[in-house]
Design a protein around this ligand. Structure first.
Ligand SMILES: [Zn+2]
Length: 344
């Protein structure tokens, strides 16, 4: 099972739905265009899933940044490849650097050779579409829009967005968590965990002084201070006329069991997100990230929150015995999941 029919965007569909109904015509039009692109890419993606192999070309993962030149096509012109010098285009250089940061984290912290653990190249497309308000992983590469400049700024300039999307690729090869319901929320959660942790490492922050926000860097001048998600306080990331209000629960008591958003993949991820925050602030983000990566390696593609919590407690025990997580990690994991209503 792979993520091949999972088209993983950073802006959840319910935010675009809300924006598409905006009284501001340009906002509504921009959101409708992003929705239309989501539908078109999903269909196209299905058709070429078999045609283009997604495995690595050697063991040394190279960065390949392409410029879509405002078209809806990928790999249009070579913008910056691994050994190319810096370019004039800020988006190209920033996404190139961020992809390098994520690659280094995979190698050094997780001892994983790129997305597929076999040196897969990191292909990144910038300037996709006209003012396209989204970024996505489509099964084999990352693609970023420029945003409209008012609600959202360039998606290519945010490290947590880039790390989040690259980790959808990691999940695809690691356990293939199905992009629906609880396994889908765990898939989203895993991307948020590493989007956040890699940003903390890059900024030299600890779990205590990190902001724990996802997508705050892509908010434009119309939405100062807002974010897409808060791992620390799910449900508080945004509340405004343009996006609506953040629907994320922080506890199983508020679990969303509707059909929207692939049965709440970007909604119920708030529950394990909060658990990760609790563990990271207790034992440190580095140890927490090691535990999460180890546990998720063994997850079934249809794992639910209970299965993930049990696997995390097991992994915490193993890593504690190996001296790679502090004593008390198992109890910390268990306490965190009890606090969000998953265990016990
Ligand atoms: Zn995602």
């Amino acid at each position: 099972m792979t993520c091949s029919h999972a088209f993983c965007t950073i802006i959840p569909p319910f935010v675009l739905d809300k924006m598409a109904r905006s009284s501001r015509p340009e906002v509504a039009e921009n959101a409708r265009e992003a929705q239309e692109i989501s539908d078109a890419v999903r269909i196209e993606r299905g058709a070429r899933a078999v045609a283009r192999g997604a495995t690595g070309e050697g063991t040394a993962a190279e960065r390949k940044v392409y410029d879509s030149e405002q078209t809806r096509r990928q790999r249009v012109t070579r913008a910056r490849f691994e050994d190319d010098p810096e370019r004039a285009d800020v988006d190209v250089n920033v996404v190139f650097e961020h992809a390098g940061t994520v690659r280094a984290y995979l190698t050094e912290a997780l001892e994983r050779d790129s997305i597929d653990a076999a040196g897969m190249d990191l292909v990144l497309n910038v300037h996709y579409g006209k003012k396209y308000s989204n970024a996505f992983w489509d099964g084999d590469e990352m693609t970023f829009g420029d945003g409209d400049g008012e609600i959202f700024t360039s998606f290519a300039r945010s490290l947590d967005v880039t790390a989040h999307e690259i980790f959808h690729g990691v999940t695809q090869y690691l356990n293939g968590l199905v992009y629906r319901s609880q396994p889908g929320a765990l898939n989203e959660h895993f991307s948020d965990v590493f989007g956040s942790v890699i940003t903390q490492v890059a900024n030299g922050q600890t779990a205590h002084d990190a902001d724990w926000l996802i997508g705050n860097e892509i908010m434009g001048p119309d939405l100062p201070g807002e974010a897409l998600r808060s791992m620390k306080a799910p449900g508080t990331a945004y509340d405004n006329d343009i996006m609506g209000a953040d629907p994320q629960p922080a506890h199983m008591g508020d679990y969303y069991d509707g059909n929207e958003d692939n049965q709440g993949v970007h909604i119920n991820s708030g529950i394990p997100n909060r658990a990760f925050y609790l563990v990271a602030t207790d034992i440190g983000a580095d140890a927490a990230a090691r535990i999460w990566y180890a546990a998720f390696q063994g997850l079934d593609s249809r794992a639910d929150f209970d299965a993930a919590a049990l696997a995390l407690a097991d992994a915490a025990g193993t890593l504690t015995r190996e001296g790679r997580a502090p004593v008390g990690s198992t109890q910390s994991v268990r306490a965190a999941f009890r606090e969000v209503g998953v265990l016990g």
